[in-house]
Design a protein around this ligand. Sequence first.
Ligand code: FE2
Ligand code: FE2
Length: 244
Amino acid sequence: MRTQTIFDDGVRRWVVFGRDPSRAQQVIDTNQYLVLHEGKGMLLDPGGVEIFPPYVAALTAEVALSDVESIFASHQDPDVISSLSLWRAVRPEVLCYASWCWTGFIAHFGGGHAPIPIPDEGGPLPLGSSRDLRSIPAHYCHSSGNLHVWDPRAKILFSGDMGAALVPNGAPLFVEDFAEHIKYMEGFHKRWMPSNRAKNAWVKRVRALNPELIAPQHGSIFRGADVGRFLDWMEGLQVGSAVP
Ligand SMILES: [Fe+2]
Ligand SMILES: [Fe+2]
């Protein structure tokens, strides 16, 4: 599994794991993110059961499991959090956070362990001594109870399935040609995003944050001018429109 640091200021570090060439081809490709603050770790959408073995091997090259404090699940999907019971087996003290909508459902993945419920307005995600990371609302983008993570220090938005792209094997980690990239994400957003109203509210909320990176759970990361290009494209897209 490929590992790459996408932000590091000596205190806070973001690492992305993905593009596993040995991944079973029937399993959708996912990006797993590790946020580190002074060596303490939070896993964002740690993924499914299928990718747990390569992920835990790659992760432990970056952080000891005993320093992984928490897991954040953007929503309830199996590609997001079906590995929960395995993480709890190797790190029983780990905290899991998710929207209140899904705690009782995700408990089916957690060996009966229910995540800590996050209210609709989002809230702080403490990590080590830091208190600036927070979850923000992204409801109906695409799940009815959906949250993203905003890091004001790194200016990174973890955007779950918003900005997701079904890219071919070997696709670059960062978007390199936005016009070319559209074809990998257009069908996904038209089908899996149900609400234009919710999508437009999300675009407005994210523009106000002014992120330098938008980091989705699938596909390539948007940075620099491609952040604005993506938000403009998203604003103009009619979602919930892929069924005739
Ligand atoms: Fe999803
Ligand atoms: Fe997903």
